[in-house]
Design a protein around this ligand. Structure first.
Ligand code: BGC
Ligand code: CA
Length: 434
């Protein structure tokens, strides 16, 4: 559904009328005065619940302080039906680090390309202010023995270049395989942010590997990345041709397919479970049923998730999917990242679960994971769950580019939000609380 950008007086008037007749719903007339309109009739149908009381789910970017990582509990408990859906960042990060370490141990023969006794790696960092990105940087450093502590936690600061091993953000690690000890060195790492401000930027990663390889290419034995979007950009730009194993995260279809061509491996964050949970918590709130319905408890269509794929943390109102390593051993099972998870793919009955309207945004239309894996999954689940979802694509840089398109929250029954910056929850809740 595309919204017309016209603000019509008629729409504004019908909204304020509904607001008055709806009793305590004080927010409608003021929001209508600044809103774009999706049509007064659909707005009118949904104005019996105040926007501030409508179900809200944050996903993929957990409301939190981007400097300290502290969770934004105000945003996470905005109303009774507010949740976060993501994945277990620490468990996944540890898996990614271990996957790389295991690879080194199993493939040490010839891995040290220049024979200097150092296994050198470079690391693409997604967003230095994003908890998931920080966790992955820490996971790789910790598994490879290059981590140093700063303020009680592993330092996740990018080193820039560290070819001589003098950076204080990391240290040289050691790995002993078959009686030989190698030094492990983080030769270079940087946040892949483009000049316009977009983070996790694949093109920037492609440029970085070109720069790095031009000056110290024979020292690079492993390429690691906070995600597959950047990992595949580096693989295609350099490591594939040079047969340097490259590791990412997300298990996007293209990255999984590349394992057959030498991509080292990736981590599935169970996007098939996350996309389901994202819409399911909204569906449950809209149905007025227990939030666990179709999640830990089977629903009337038989949908249910096992404890092997997710857990719920009540204190932070957060659902976390569990991660799985995808390597040469099992990648055949992960070739299509857009297949819904079978145990939760049963169609809901349209009478018992009537169609509802959901506003959902993707923070960056160019994000590889969200675009090629997460959104296609959401589009399948929205059918199963009888949700009419409007997908809003952001530019990855400016929150207002997205919030501008939340001008008429009264036209929707529920909201699913993917912020540009994890600090910015209030930019959205402010619009809902008006
Ligand atoms: C994904 C990244 C993605 C980021 C966007 C992460 O969970 O792994 O690939 O770019 O979310 O927020
Ligand atoms: Ca070497």
């Amino acid at each position: 559904m595309k919204k017309a950008l016209a603000l019509t007086l008629a729409a504004a008037m019908s909204l304020s009328l509904v607001a008055c007749s709806g009793g305590d719903k004080t927010s409608q007339s003021s929001s209508a005065s600044t809103s774009t309109s999706a049509g007064s009739s659909s707005a009118a149908q949904t104005t019996t619940v105040a926007n501030k009381d409508k179900p809200l789910v944050w996903f993929n970017r957990q409301p939190s302080n981007s400097s300290t990582g502290e969770l934004d509990m105000t945003a996470l408990s905005f109303n009774e039906d507010t949740y976060y859906v993501g994945f277990d960042a620490n468990q996944g990060a540890e898996l990614q680090g271990t996957m790389i370490k295991n690879y080194i141990e199993a493939n040490i023969e010839g891995l040290d390309r220049n024979g200097d006794g150092i296994i050198g790696y470079v690391l693409a960092i997604g967003d230095i202010g994003h908890n998931d990105s920080i966790a992955r940087t820490r996971g790789v450093r910790s598994a490879l023995g290059t981590a140093v502590e700063a303020n009680g936690a592993i330092d996740s600061t990018p080193v820039g270049t560290n070819v001589d091993g003098t950076s204080t953000f990391v240290k040289d690690g050691e790995i002993t395989v078959g009686g030989t000890t190698y030094i492990v060195r983080e030769l270079a790492s940087q946040e892949m942010k483009n000049s316009a401000g977009a983070t996790w930027d694949a093109a920037t990663a492609g440029n970085a590997i070109n720069t790095w390889s031009a000056s110290f290419g024979d020292q690079i034995d492993i390429v690691a990345s906070n995600n597959d979007g950047m990992g595949m950009a580096m693989f295609n730009a350099w490591s594939k041709a040079n047969e340097v194993p490259t590791f990412g995260y997300d298990a996007n279809s293209d990255a999984v397919a590349a394992i057959a061509e030498g991509y080292g491996g990736t981590i599935s964050q169970h996007a098939d479970v996350q996309a389901y949970l994202t819409l399911r918590v909204l569906r449950n709130a809209l149905d007025g049923v227990d939030v666990d319905t179709g999640i830990g408890t089977a629903d009337d269509a038989g949908n249910v998730l096992g404890e092997d794929v997710f857990y719920y943390d009540e204190a932070t109102r957060s659902y976390y999917a569990l991660n799985v390593a995808v390597t040469a051993e099992n990648y055949q099972e992960f070739l299509d990242s857009t297949v819904p998870y079978a145990p939760v793919s049963n169609q809901l009955d349209a009478t018992a679960h009537p169609t509802k309207n959901v506003w959902l945004n993707i923070y960056n239309s160019a994000d590889n994971f969200l675009g090629s894996t997460y959104q296609p999954l959401l589009e399948k689940y929205d059918d199963f769950l009888n949700l009419n979802v409007e997908y809003i694509a952001g530019d990855g840089q400016t929150e207002s580019n997205i919030t501008n398109r939340l001008g008429n929250p009264s036209a929707y029954d529920a909201f699913a939000i993917n912020m540009v910056k994890t600090d910015n929850a209030a930019a959205y809740t402010g619009l809902l609380a008006q």
